[in-house]
Design a protein around this ligand. Structure first.
Ligand code: SF4
Ligand code: SF4
Length: 536
């Protein structure tokens, strides 16, 4: 079946069909759901109930005691996570979150309202864990746990990108992303997972990265980038791997060295580190900062992330620097030090160039590349020629996790304003804490899910369209590997003519390197607007 055209998809019906919200039946329509995880991936990760099944099957082959497994899992999590019990109890159904989810805006499906998404699990909580629900049943908003409810959970918890936009608007601070995470954990217990999450997780567990690139493949990729950067700049940089005693361990999402446009960002990092003489190393075993465990379970986050501190310890570095990625930073910023730490064998990061002590990384010992670069620029340590980016008219997409999960709002903007001459913000209610998701995060960026991705990405694309039409914006900069993979098809679909780039691609373009040859192209190999003999 061909994908729907934009003019069809934009016809959104916001008037819901007259149907009781308690009815759990779901129509699994092609283009709006993700395929189930292959049994081999569950087996590899040691996850329960591996089997071959698909969401379109009538019989999902659930284990015989599936209901008890889910209720026991729910009880365990209600006891373990105070936030989960609180989020089950305190919603007053004020509706402030109702129209804040990009999936609701793009689909018009009322069960994509955050309050309703949470209610899918809350109704089961009431039925089995509250006196009112046990006694009054549906009158108290309680529902029995049935196979249809499991199917409904699967459909809607995999139509939430865990972006947390809704939580910004909730007067009680209810975080529907965390409810979705618990929902996915419960599904996980009965073997209902999606392959786009578990295959990268299995790869990561085996080789250290989502793509399954082995250490020699990782080295080939880095060597290739070093050669290419030499062709572009005339400078051969040293990018060491597994070098013991380096000051800094640098960790990137694997897409940075394997996909485009991510790869140009990778070239930007290499150029920057050479120019400032940073004593750093990559690790061929921690060759992935991203962590698809975040989209599966707390346990999986911990397992996949353990390699970061393990490699820092093995290599004897002082601190860790991390590249442009979204969910990677949510894990590193919010979970890593308590899950895998304490990292007391590392030092509080200090920039060897500026002397700045990153107190915000006192516990994790890990600094975001945008914090690091913004500090270099602020301290006057870089020579920059923003005119090298003059073919771009730039806007910035706040990737959900760096923006909402770690508050990284100003640093990327500060960098962009220093490396580009033309920069325009999208409307205020679509950026910073209120940023709209790309629509494909949390493992939903699959081709089979194309229609739902385009629907979920509509609000983001709409804001890009606004600045394209008003200011002639032709480049969307971002700092997330998933964004760099999923925004290009989204923009091609809704806003043709706008490309996507990482912030450090633009830094690499503008950077004037000592000893460089006359630069005639940018990092994409495209001719520069002006020759720059003056800087040679
Ligand atoms: S904004 Fe918060 S309290 Fe209001 S309906 Fe949404 S989740 Fe419930
Ligand atoms: S976390 Fe994001 S995707 Fe999930 S319900 Fe809230 S706004 Fe929607």
């Amino acid at each position: 079946m061909a994908n729907p055209k934009p003019e069809e998809l934009v016809q959104i019906e916001y008037q819901p069909a007259p149907r009781d919200w308690m009815d759990p039946s779901v129509e699994f329509r092609k283009g709006t759901f993700c395929y189930s995880a292959l049994a081999k991936n569950l087996n590899y990760l040691g996850l329960p109930n591996p089997r071959e099944w698909q969401p379109l099957d009538k019989d999902w082959k659930l284990p015989p005691n599936w209901k008890q497994i889910v209720l026991d899992g729910m009880k365990e999590r209600l006891e373990k996570y105070r936030s989960f019990r609180l989020f089950m109890d305190i919603c007053v159904r004020c509706g402030a979150c109702a129209d804040k989810c990009h999936f609701y805006i793009g689909s018009g499906d009322p069960k994509n309202m955050p309050v309703m998404r949470a209610e899918l699990i809350r109704s089961v909580y009431r039925r089995y864990f509250t006196a009112a629900g046990r006694l009054l049943g549906p009158l108290a908003g309680a529902r029995d746990l049935t196979e249809d409810v499991i199917k409904e959970w699967f459909y809607y918890f995999y139509q939430c990108t865990e972006c947390r936009r809704c939580s910004v608007f909730c007067p009680y601070g209810i975080d529907t992303a965390e409810i979705t995470m618990i929902g996915r954990e419960l599904l996980n217990l009965i073997g209902c997972n999606i392959n786009w999450v578990l295959e990268p997780a299995a790869n990561c567990f085996r080789t250290g990265n989502h793509l399954g690139v082995q250490p020699h493949g990782f080295k080939d990729s880095v060597d290739f980038a070093v050669d290419e950067l030499e062709e572009l700049t005339g400078i051969r940089v040293d990018a060491s791997i597994n070098r013991k005693g380096a000051e800094v361990l640098f960790i990137v999402p694997s897409a940075d060295y394997f996909g485009t446009p991510h790869y140009y960002t990778f070239l930007g990092y290499l150029a920057l580190f050479h120019e400032i003489g940073l004593d750093y190393t990559f690790s061929a075993f921690a060759s992935e900062g991203g962590n698809f465990g975040l989209f599966n379970s707390h346990e999986m986050i911990k397992r996949l992330n353990a390699k970061v501190y393990a490699e820092a310890r093995r290599l004897g570095v002082k601190w860790i620097l991390g590249g442009e990625c979204g969910h990677m930073w949510r894990v590193l910023h919010q979970y890593m030090d308590t899950m895998n730490g304490p990292a007391d064998f590392l030092e509080v990061p200090v920039s060897p160039v500026t002397g700045t002590r990153f107190e915000n990384a006192r516990s994790t010992k890990m600094v975001h590349i945008c914090e690091f670069t913004a500090d270099l620029i602020h301290s006057g340590k870089l020579r920059l020629d923003p005119s090298r980016n003059d073919r771009w008219n730039v806007t910035f997409h706040d990737s959900c996790n760096p923006a909402r999960a770690m508050g990284l709002l100003e640093e990327p903007r500060y960098i962009l304003r220093n490396v580009c001459n033309r920069f325009h913000e999208m409307p205020e209610n679509t950026i910073r804490e209120q940023t709209f998701c790309c629509g494909s995060g949390s493992g939903l960026g699959t081709d089979e899910n194309f229609e739902m991705r385009m629907r979920g990405g509509l609000p983001r694309a709409n804001a890009v369209k606004y600045v394209r039409d008003k200011h002639g914006v032709n480049l969307l900069a971002c700092i997330c590997a998933i964004d760099k993979a999923t925004l290009p098809p989204l923009l091609e679909y809704w806003v043709p003519g706008v490309e996507v780039a990482g912030v450090h691609e633009l830094v690499g373009n503008a950077l004037i390197m000592r000893g460089q040859k006359e630069r005639t192209t940018d990092l994409r190999g495209e001719p520069l607007a002006e020759m720059e003999a003056a800087h040679a």
